[in-house]
Design a protein around this ligand. Structure first.
Ligand SMILES: [Zn+2]
Ligand SMILES: [Zn+2]
Length: 356
């Protein structure tokens, strides 16, 4: 094992946050783990809080399958610096700045071979912060197979944003092949929606964003969305007016709501592409007028791959974009309870824990 001066001594302890349910956080002391073969120890620098943490863990433990929480240290959006390296970790070395893809897969199934550890159904699949210890801690034991290099131009908070939401947005835009030729509607401007608006705008697209929270619409406009539509009865006609009566080439739902999904299908132009990124809920619509006769292509897109996360980081680096701009609230690890309460109140942008 390779170690450096930042590596904690043998027997050292660290803080880690578990989420027992009932809107509570619990900070406990844990032994600092030692990396085995194929693993590294990461000094966590930033750890994002995700809507899925609230939905499946913080309020109550309602998840099943991959979102079933097993009482581990929470947090699946970590970025940090490698402080110890186990054997067999290839080029990774102490001092490397890294983002951690949020799931370790079996490495052998077809989804793992594609880098879509998210889609691994093997019992060895473990998500950080759900079935194995995650990033709400001073240190994180990570599989080398889940590491991505964080470019120098990006901050650790940028990296934490990429670890889940920004890469999800990038993958959704990739599925619809969004380019500067497109007008793009983003419905639901939580963190994934804001990232979608930012990346679509940076790709040269004309972007419109809609949300029931005015502060989120304002933030989307700071990140590149255009003004013009609000969550009102005239939203569809406003959007049609702004798009020459045609509607948008691409509509992306990040709300997960029935109304949001329906609005996307309604707002898409003939031959348009619609992407459902937001999870949960239902939708009901008449296929003939809403999909078939409009010649629409409808994509479901779930998170992304290790490869698409690497492309996301490269894109941000090349365009000098900082998803940290979506962060409205920063808390230290010791303030984790306030961080969760603030995010759960529902009108923030992204909320992140920092460990320095
Ligand atoms: Zn997440
Ligand atoms: Zn697998």
């Amino acid at each position: 094992m390779t170690v450096d001066g930042n590596q904690p001594s043998l027997g050292a302890t660290m803080r880690g946050v578990v989420l027992p349910g009932g809107d509570r956080t619990e900070t406990r002391m844990f032994p600092v783990p030692k990396p085995a073969t194929g693993q590294v120890l990461v000094k966590v620098k930033a750890s994002g809080i995700c809507g899925s943490d609230l939905k499946f863990i913080y309020h109550q433990h309602t998840g099943t399958g991959g979102s079933k929480y097993q009482g581990v240290i929470a947090g699946h959006e970590p970025a940090g610096e490698i402080v110890a390296v186990g054997p067999g970790c290839g080029h990774w070395k102490v001092g490397d700045r890294v983002v951690v893809y949020h799931i370790s897969g079996c490495g052998q199934c077809s989804e793992c071979r594609k880098g879509f550890y998210i889609g691994c159904t093997d019992e060895r699949r473990k998500a950080y912060g759900w079935q194995r210890d995650g990033g709400h801690a001073d240190y994180l034991l990570a599989e080398a197979s889940t590491l991505l290099a964080l470019p120098e131009s990006l901050t650790y908070i940028d990296g934490a944003m990429v670890a889940c939401g920004v890469a999800t947005a990038y993958q959704g835009l990739s599925r619809a092949e969004v380019s500067g030729r497109d007008r793009v509607l983003v419905v639901g401007l939580g963190p994934v929606g804001l990232a979608t608006a930012m990346l679509a705008s940076a790709s040269g697209a004309e972007v419109y964003g809609i949300d029931t929270v005015a502060a989120r619409v304002a933030l989307a406009q700071e990140l590149g969305a255009r003004p013009g539509i609000g969550p009102s009865a005239t939203a569809l006609s406003d959007l049609k007016r702004l798009t020459d009566g045609a509607g948008v080439e691409v509509a992306i739902d990040c709300s997960g709501s029935a109304a949001g999904r329906y609005f996307c299908l309604d707002a898409a132009a003939t031959w348009g592409r619609v992407v459902f990124l937001g999870e949960g809920g239902t939708v009901s619509f008449e296929p003939s007028p809403m999909l078939i006769r409009k010649q629409l292509t409808l994509y479901g897109s779930w998170v992304g791959s290790v490869e698409s996360m690497a492309k996301t980081l490269a894109f941000l680096d090349r365009l000098q974009l900082h998803p940290e701009a979506m962060v409205t609230h920063r808390f230290s690890l010791g303030e984790v309870d306030a961080a969760y309460q603030t995010f759960a109140a529902g009108s923030t942008g992204k909320v992140v824990l920092t460990m320095d």
